[in-house]
Write a protein that binds this ligand. Structure first.
Ligand code: SAM
Length: 252
């Protein structure tokens, strides 16, 4: 019946497309996609031909209307962004919201996502949770403030994306703000020139500078969790200090 399927696609290695995604793409009546060249290429790779509907950042509302028109005709439609999971630093949220509001079913087909992929190999033992912040602001001041805020969170891995032309600058800022913090740099994950490097932030500028290859491609970073900081006495509220003093007086 009329359903929109949000399909995760590979972030590099085409073999990461799930069996379920392959099966579903064979069944749907149309593929809505962020870029019709990319979506058409994916279908060709599977030996398929389907009508394509462009739904990207700049037309997500109109594109959604085109998808809804097909659902209204009882069709099944898939949506794929260029790479990874739709709606994660990618279009998809507006489409989902519009389709749900129009009364149609929306189902996810899970699969690759750069954030989950890098987290699995970060080895961040101090973390009990993670947060994903997508791309940091590009303006220097906002970027520094945003990074400081992420670095201050205790017990939580922080995952951020970065464009290749800003990676050197981001690494330099990390080295300045938190030289001892461990950072995992995931580059070109699942692709031919994939690399995963975990080290203290202070060592990363030299590591990056040592080989131009290390500065190219797609990047996702994990800032390892900040260890919980022991609370200093003067961080405690007055009442707690008073109780502490009473208890201390009772101790031998
Ligand atoms: N929706 C996608 C996902 O679920 O992974 C993310 C889309 S976002 C527009 C693209 C960014 O994700 C890239 O600029 C890069 O920071 C990161 N990324 C995507 N593929 C990657 C890969 N193979 N290796 C490292 N980072 C990747």
């Amino acid at each position: 019946a009329a359903t929109l399927y949000l399909v995760a696609t590979p972030i590099g290695n085409l073999a990461d497309l799930s069996l379920r995604a392959i099966h579903l793409l064979g069944l749907v009546d149309a593929l809505a996609c962020e870029d019709t060249r990319q979506g058409g290429g994916l279908l060709r790779h599977l030996g398929l031909h389907k009508p394509l509907i462009a739904v990207h950042q700049h037309n997500e509302r109109e594109g959604s209307a085109a998808v809804i028109a097909r659902l209204a005709a009882g069709e099944r439609v898939a949506y794929a962004s260029d790479a990874g999971t739709p709606a994660i630093s990618d279009p998809g949220a507006v489409l989902v919201q519009q389709v749900v509001a129009a009364g149609y079913r929306v189902l996810p087909l899970p699969g690759p996502s750069a954030a989950a992929t890098v987290l699995s190999v970060a080895g961040d033992v101090a973390a009990t949770s993670f947060a994903f912040s997508g791309f940091l602001p590009t303006k220097a001041g906002e970027r520094r403030t945003a990074l400081q805020a992420l670095l201050a969170v205790e017990g939580q891995s922080q995952v951020v994306f970065e464009a290749p032309h800003r990676i050197i600058e981001l690494i330099a800022l990390l080295a300045e703000l938190a030289p001892e913090r461990r950072v995992t740099v995931g580059r070109e994950l699942t692709k031919q020139f994939e690399s995963i490097h975990t080290a203290e932030a202070g060592t990363l500028p030299a590591w990056l500078a040592a080989d131009a290859q290390r500065q190219r491609g797609e990047f996702v970073l994990v800032l390892h969790a900040r260890a919980p900081q022991a609370a200093a006495d003067d961080d405690l509220p007055a009442e707690a200090l008073r109780v502490l003093a009473l208890l201390a007086a009772e101790l031998p």
